[in-house]
Design a protein around this ligand. Structure first.
Ligand code: MLC
Ligand code: AMP
Length: 518
């Protein structure tokens, strides 16, 4: 018989024998207090999978989802895997121009959106190749669940190969065009299995889940971690530092981007006693400042474990949870580093000619392994460019590996701002600014920010004779772009610094504005 590599099957195998135990307890929002058992997840995902099958979609159809975080959206994710289709999560902050691009590019057969957005989302979807638009609210409302209610709660998972697509995650592009990173069932399963061992998941672990579920961190690292270990989750639809701090005595594992740790440190109730039952705090998606790492250690007695990954590769490196025999039993979680390449991940640091640099020297990070994606959706040229002849993926991150094997990220060769754990590509924002009336040119740069780590600042030149108000520029962008991409400040200037080739010197702008939010 063919082996089934469907990720859902592997996750499901790890659930407890007693399916009536709690799998998810909702802590906030309209469903606060609700408990979902493992049986509930199983039955409800079967019903939604049967609904998807009743639509008689072509195999591996894209199911695009822009819905508020809820346990039902988790169920929809599991149902999509079960039915062998391809899940395409979209940030709830995306506005219509962004959604129109993703739907036009991915051509999903099904779009699921919040009830409040149904009007404009369905207009976009039906003007393309989408045949079905369902709604899903955060209070168990909407047409998706209404329709699923008529379907059986038993379902045999679709048979998938390891390299069959399971998910497409859009990552913004350096040229402004977003690229859909295609991840297979095998990519995600290999990573989930490695992390289960490397982070020493325990039978009695309880995950506090407070991240959004439309990106790799909240969806794959956190949810797969709990589901492949059969561990329950304390579920927050929105991150709130006070709520997480109050939950610490009931949890054992927490995952966050650095902003979450910065905000929790501001809560005076964060103490050693409060965090005494916790086993593991994990940080990633953006650099964790050494001050945050130390403050956390001092306040809670716990050493945050920092790890590094990306949408195209899921997780790549991690500080050790247990002594790592591959590195002489090193057990230290070293602040400022992202730890060791995970078992099975090959990582090398190269110079501009692609030659490996000596230990400790800085260069471009390249990676290879079973976790590395299948390529960019419908961009074979771009995909080919990002891989070396021997199959390593060029991450666009710049770093070094020390003599003990610890990897440190020192920067990025890609022009990328990471704000509160979300990626913002300056070229995309500049494109929108340049389209505004009265704008001749613009440059967007990232500057340090105490809460978000880094935020965008726009520097704009007006057309001759035009008068530009910084506040108006920002106001116009709000209607067009996801809120986290909006520059926090805008300056109208008469010229931009340029090098002899005429290229804008963004390093000088970064230097000039670096103290804005100090
Ligand atoms: C919100 N705002 C942001 C922002 N989030 N500004 C810059 N950067 C951000 N990340 C702004 C809004 O525009 C708004 O501004 C104001 O803050 C309040 O919005 P909000 O939605 O109420 O914010 P809040 O709920 O406080 O959200 C902050 C946050 C959120 C940190 C909780 O951004 C978050 O959940 N980040 C996690 C991102 C994540 O999961 N990344 C993983 C990527 S995967 P205004 O002006 O409109 O009031 C990846 C791979 C890997 O990178 O390795 O993991
Ligand atoms: P994304 O495209 O959203 O998956 O973002 C991936 C990028 O986030 C990586 O290429 C890195 O630049 C960055 N990143 C992830 N984790 C870390 C980390 N621990 N430290 C520094 N940068 C990180």
């Amino acid at each position: 018989m063919t082996e089934n590599h469907n990720l859902f099957v592997a996750l499901r195998q790890s659930w407890p024998d007693d399916l009536d135990r709690t799998a998810v307890e909702v802590v906030d929002g309209p469903g606060a207090g609700l408990r979902y058992s493992w049986r509930d997840l199983d039955r409800a995902s079967a019903m939604v999978a049967n609904l998807l099958e009743s639509l008689e979609l072509p195999a591996r159809s894209r199911i695009a989802v822009q819905a508020e975080k809820s346990v039902e959206s988790l169920i929809l994710y599991l149902a999509t895997l079960r039915a062998g289709h391809v899940y395409l999560p979209l940030n709830t902050a995306y506005q219509s121009a962004e959604i129109a691009y993703f739907i036009g590019d991915a051509e999903p057969a099904v779009v699921v959106c919040s009830p409040g957005n149904h009007g404009w989302v369905s207009r976009i979807a039906f003007s393309g190749k989408t045949r079905h638009v369902f709604t899903l609210g955060d209070s168990r409302s909407g047409s998706l669940l209404e329709r699923a209610a008529h379907h059986s709660d038993r379902h045999v998972p679709a048979v998938c190969r390891a390299d069959d697509l399971a998910v497409i995650i859009y990552t913004s592009g350096t040229t402004g065009r977003s690229k859909g990173a295609m991840l297979s069932h095998g990519n995600m399963l290999s990573n989930a299995r490695v992390l289960r061992t490397y982070w020493d998941w325990q039978p009695d672990d309880v995950l506090i889940h407070a991240l959004p579920m439309f990106h790799v961190h909240g969806l794959f690292v956190a949810i797969h971690g709990a589901l492949i270990n059969g561990s329950p989750m304390l579920w927050l639809n929105r991150f709130d530092p006070a709520t997480v701090v109050s939950l610490l005595p009931r949890g054992t594992v927490f995952m966050g981007v650095p902003t979450l740790y910065v905000r929790m440190l501001e809560d005076p109730r964060l103490t050693r006693e409060q965090a005494a039952r916790m086993r593991l705090f994990i940080s990633g998606s953006a650099p964790l400042l050494i001050e945050t790492f130390r403050d956390w250690q001092q306040r809670t007695g716990h050493t945050i474990l920092e790890r590094y990954g990306m949408s195209e590769t899921v997780m790549l490196t991690s500080n050790p949870c247990l002594p790592d025999p591959r590195h002489g039993g090193a057990a230290e979680r070293r602040g400022g580093t992202v730890g060791f390449p995970l078992p099975g991940v090959e990582l090398r640091v190269v110079d501009d000619q692609g030659q490996a640099v000596p230990t400790g020297e800085i260069g471009g990070i390249q990676v290879r392994g079973p976790n590395v994606f299948q390529g960019y959706w419908q961009m074979p040229g771009k995909t080919a460019q990002e891989f070396t002849a021997d199959g390593f993926f060029r991450t666009g991150d710049v770093g070094r590996v020390d003599a003990q094997g610890y990897v440190t990220i020192v920067g990025r060769s890609k022009d990328l701002i990471i704000s509160g754990g979300y990626n913002v590509y300056p070229a995309e924002v500049e494109g929108f600014i340049n389209d505004l009336p009265g704008v001749a040119e613009s440059a967007v740069v990232g500057v340090p920010h105490p809460d978000f780590g880094e935020v965008g600042v726009a520097v704009v030149i007006a057309r001759p004779g035009a008068r530009l108000e910084p506040g108006r520029v920002i106001g116009e962008l709000r209607a067009r772009l996801a809120n986290f991409k909006i520059p926090k400040r805008c300056f109208v200037v008469s010229e931009l610094p340029r090098n002899t080739m005429g290229k804008v010197q963004k390093n000088l702008l970064r230097e000039q504005y670096k103290g804005l939010f100090a």
